[in-house]
Write a protein that binds this ligand. Structure first.
Ligand code: KG4
Ligand code: ZN
Length: 311
């Protein structure tokens, strides 16, 4: 058993002590994230899962983190359980997190094809980096959102972007918005903010708010344009948005409105706010769907793969 944590003998002891005092839970399988992500962090989880599988005599399922985001976003609460029901294929998934920005098509259940992806930074990473430039705490996404929403509360947001009662402040680029692909790029947007701040290192709190607002609008414009292009190209019947950035109030609002007015025949699924950022339920849910397909791993075969992809 020491082999699970060769460098952490104290941890092994503490683990045994803890588990020996626990009633084994009523479960059939242990699901664990096997990628994508930081491999040393993935191994910590995998080694715990292996030790528990051995102690409780349960099979192991390796889960793709992004599949967890897709399936939890497709699920809805039915009483005290979470279930995926009535989903019409094909499903287009917009995955927006700290490490990923991609459009993935699920034509057949649990079979994926990559439609577009970021060529540089992930959208959550851009939120976090811009927030740091504005001296806002980590994670930056919710902080930027808070400031941007204050601006929207002060101005008429029923108008389309760029028209109506437009707040003052800088204008940022919408990278690759008119390119012919479903790929994204956010590094240029981050650099544009950096240059802006070089000229004006001391922003007032009012200017910070306006910059956050314009940044969030720029991101949302690009996400919507690429997603609508992918909807047109794929003929998807369901759109699902997953990953930590799907917690964003403005992105949720814009997508809800635009789907209703421009794609009324396509169903939109957005996860409950509590299921947006990384959580254990999404891994259990993906593990369940893999397990009922007999997609088990063994203690010997399971490995961490930092670049594990869906397609
Ligand atoms: O999926 P997630 O929890 O972790 C990864 O798999 O990366 O996503 C984390 C990302 C962070 O970059 C965080 O800033 C962003 O999600 N995020 C948000 C919001 N809440 C979390 N971004 C924009 N608006 C939010 N409300
Ligand atoms: Zn995630």
């Amino acid at each position: 058993m020491v082999a699970f944590w060769p460098r952490e003998p104290g941890l092994t002891e503490a683990f045994f002590e803890f588990v020996s005092e626990c009633e084994p839970p009523e479960i059939d399988t242990i699901a664990v994230t096997a990628g994508p992500g930081l491999e040393p962090a993935l191994w910590v989880g995998i080694n715990f899962a292996k030790a528990l599988a051995l102690l409780w005599n349960k099979p192991l399922v390796a889960v793709n983190h992004m599949e967890g985001h897709i399936l939890s976003a497709l699920a809805s609460q039915q009483g005290d359980t979470l279930a995926i029901k009535g989903v019409t294929l094909p499903v287009l998934a917009l995955l927006i997190s700290g490490g990923h920005t991609e459009l993935v098509l699920m034509k057949e259940w649990l079979e994926y094809k990559l439609v577009g992806q970021t060529r540089d930074d992930a959208v959550g990473e851009a939120f976090d980096k811009v927030a740091r430039m504005l001296a806002l705490p980590y994670p930056g996404g919710p902080e930027i959102s808070k400031l941007a929403e204050q601006v929207r509360a002060e101005y008429d947001q029923t108008a389309e972007f760029g028209s109506g009662n437009t707040p003052p402040g800088p204008r940022l680029p919408r990278p690759m918005i008119d390119s012919n692909t479903c790929d994204f790029s956010f590094a240029g947007l981050k650099t544009a903010v950096l240059y802006l701040l070089k000229d004006r290192p001391e922003l007032s709190s009012e200017e910070k708010k306006h910059l956050a607002h314009e940044f969030e609008n720029a991101v949302t414009d690009v996400l919507w344009k690429k997603t609508s292009q992918a909807l047109d190209e794929t003929g998807a019947r369901t759109l699902v948005i997953g990953g930590g950035v799907s917690a964003n109030t403005h992105i949720r609002r814009v997508f809800t409105e635009k789907m209703k007015s421009e794609y009324p025949h396509v169903a939109l699924r957005i996860p409950a706010a509590s299921l947006t950022t990384d959580n254990a339920i999404m891994i259990a849910l993906a593990g369940f769907y893999r397990a009922i397909r007999d997609d088990f791993s063994t203690s010997e075969s399971i490995t961490a793969n930092g670049n594990r992809s869906l397609a």
